[in-house]
Design a protein around this ligand. Structure first.
Ligand SMILES: Cc1cc2nc3c(=O)[nH]c(=O)nc-3n(C[C@H](O)[C@H](O)[C@H](O)COP(=O)(O)OP(=O)(O)OC[C@H]3O[C@@H](n4cnc5c(N)ncnc54)[C@H](O)[C@@H]3O)c2cc1C
Length: 462
């Protein structure tokens, strides 16, 4: 039981990434708004939302309507559930699908972001064109706009370099405050609601070793600050946890630089060979499950190969720009030149590409690939890839308002969680990830939590 406090506010949000920023803005502005303190461990380390391509899935938007795309929250729900093998909470999943169009419209109308329907972004499992993104295809402009919006709000304190350290509860188990600050200078903030938005535990070797040992030593491409505190604190106050072994892999990461090849390259007709210059599995799989497929090849390495037509489709994507800048994409006039660069046997590479091209022309691929566009033609492009870890799926169980639940289904009083701190909509296996579900659960739940906390506090302020 706390006896003295250093600061008093309505809502404390822990974590200044996608979910935290969105929850803070909405709590501060919805239904008249309440006072908010947002704690961020270290903005300079970056959050996953900034590292992301910023691809947002949303159904029923006016951008889709303008493009004559017939989509709905129900169709999107079906796609998510098919991909995750029916393993996410139906009510929370549907609430997010219903929120998705409002979320995209809010970014455009209230943050002034020039989001577009990104028609070139094709991803496995989406039966409709519903990817919305910034023209740069980067997540950074969305995060920047949210931070600027927060800075302009008089009822928000944004505290960077200020890690949350734990929750304070009273003797009835209600959350009544947060411990904050560096070692030796820990302070106590009293508040009426706490939002845990510290993402998952991709940066914690200790938690990976315990819950996802096979990815403990994989190349982690997410933010360094995501060490799982929010999940641990929730467990300490009695919250239920689900799908803790689930994770999103990234199957197209360069092994040393960590730069990525856009997954659309393969969906639009690129192929992947191993160090023996052989294709090994149909490439038209989700990039999350593809991480494990590549890691199973000799040296855990693959070489993605594409051509000029495909390069033109994706050249503007921030992942491709960064890869080119890092020198990890190689252009070659012939397969022989490409083989020489990657140390592959030239005759075998030529045979693999020829075999694939014949399959495209026949409409029947030897490995069973269904997405067959056009035969590959010179000049070619290539990049070395491996499988990495992007983020973890498991977390605190929540209801449709983002309130954290105990194993008996009762809410932990005054506690919310969203983004990677809450259990996501991707189940407990890498192949459960439908592309763009990460930001849906982060921005979408941030919006839901911010609005719910402001509304309930306004209705019953004590
Ligand atoms: C390379 C990459 C690409 C991706 N691309 C996409 C995409 O295009 N579309 C999509 O939907 N998803 C994508 N994702 C997933 C998506 O980025 C995440 O699911 C999403 O950002 C999670 O949001 P969040 O708010 O939970 O966490 P984050 O955005 O990671 O923010 C968490 C914040 O909490 C802070 N924090 C942690 N602990 C504390 C503490 N104790 N005190 C204070 N602050 C703390 C961290 O420093 C960080 O700033 C991608 C992920 C990666 C790694």
């Amino acid at each position: 039981m706390a006896t003295s406090w250093d600061f008093d506010t309505d809502v404390v949000v822990v974590g200044g990434g996608a979910c935290g920023l969105m929850a803070a803005v909405h709590a501060a502005t919805h239904a008249g708004g309440v006072d908010v303190v947002l704690l961020e461990k270290n903005e300079r380390w970056g959050c996953n939302a900034e590292l992301a391509s910023g691809t947002l899935q949303a159904a029923g938007t006016r951008l889709q309507q303008a493009a004559d795309i017939d989509d709905s929250p129900e169709i999107m729900y079906g796609d998510i559930m098919r991909k995750n093998h029916g393993r996410s909470d139906p009510a929370v999943t549907m609430a997010l699908c219903r929120q998705s169009a409002e979320m995209v419209h809010w970014f455009i109308d209230h943050l002034g972001l020039p989001l577009v329907l990104a028609t070139e972004i094709r991803r496995i499992g989406h039966t409709r064109m519903r990817m919305h993104a910034h023209p740069t295809r980067s997540g950074k402009p969305i995060v920047r706009a949210l931070r600027e919006r927060l800075a302009a709000l008089p009822n928000v304190v944004y505290a960077d370099n200020t890690p949350g350290r734990g929750l304070v509860t009273d003797d009835q188990g209600q959350v009544i405050g947060v411990l904050v600050g560096p070692d030796g200078q820990v302070q106590r903030i009293r508040c009426k609601r706490v939002v845990l938005a510290t993402d998952g535990f991709g940066a914690s070797k200790e938690m990976l070793g315990r819950y996802i040992p096979e990815m403990r030593d994989a190349l982690y491409v997410g933010a360094q600050g995501n060490t799982g505190e929010g999940i641990r604190w929730g467990m300490e106050v009695g919250a239920a946890v689900e799908h803790i072994e689930g994770y999103q892999g990234l199957g197209y990461v360069h092994p040393t630089s960590g730069t990525r090849i856009n997954p659309g390259v393969v969906i639009s007709g690129g192929i992947v060979v191993n160090r023996l210059a052989e294709r090994f599995e149909r490439e038209d799989q989700g990039y999350s499950e593809w991480a494990g497929v590549v890691l199973g090849q000799p040296g855990g390495i693959g070489i993605t190969i594409w051509d000029e037509r495909i390069q033109r489709l994706y050249a503007h994507a921030h992942t491709m720009v960064e890869s080119l800048e890092a020198g990890t994409i190689v252009r070659a006039d012939s397969l022989e030149e490409l083989a020489r660069h990657f140390g592959l046997e030239a005759a075998k590479l030529a045979a693999s590409v020829e075999d694939y091209n014949r399959g495209v022309e026949r409409g029947c691929d030897r490995l069973g690939r269904e997405l067959l566009e056009r035969p590959l033609a010179p000049p070619y492009y290539g990049a070395m890839i491996t499988g990495g870890l992007a983020h973890t799926f498991g977390g605190l169980k929540i209801d449709v308002h983002g309130r954290v639940l105990r194993p008996d289904g009762a809410p932990v009083p005054n506690l919310y969680a969203g983004g990677g701190t809450a259990v996501g909509v991707s189940g407990d296996t890498p192949d459960g990830y439908l592309s763009a579900s990460g930001l849906l659960t982060a921005y979408g739940l941030g919006m839901i939590i911010g609005q719910h906390s402001a509304r309930t506090l306004r209705e019953a302020p004590s």
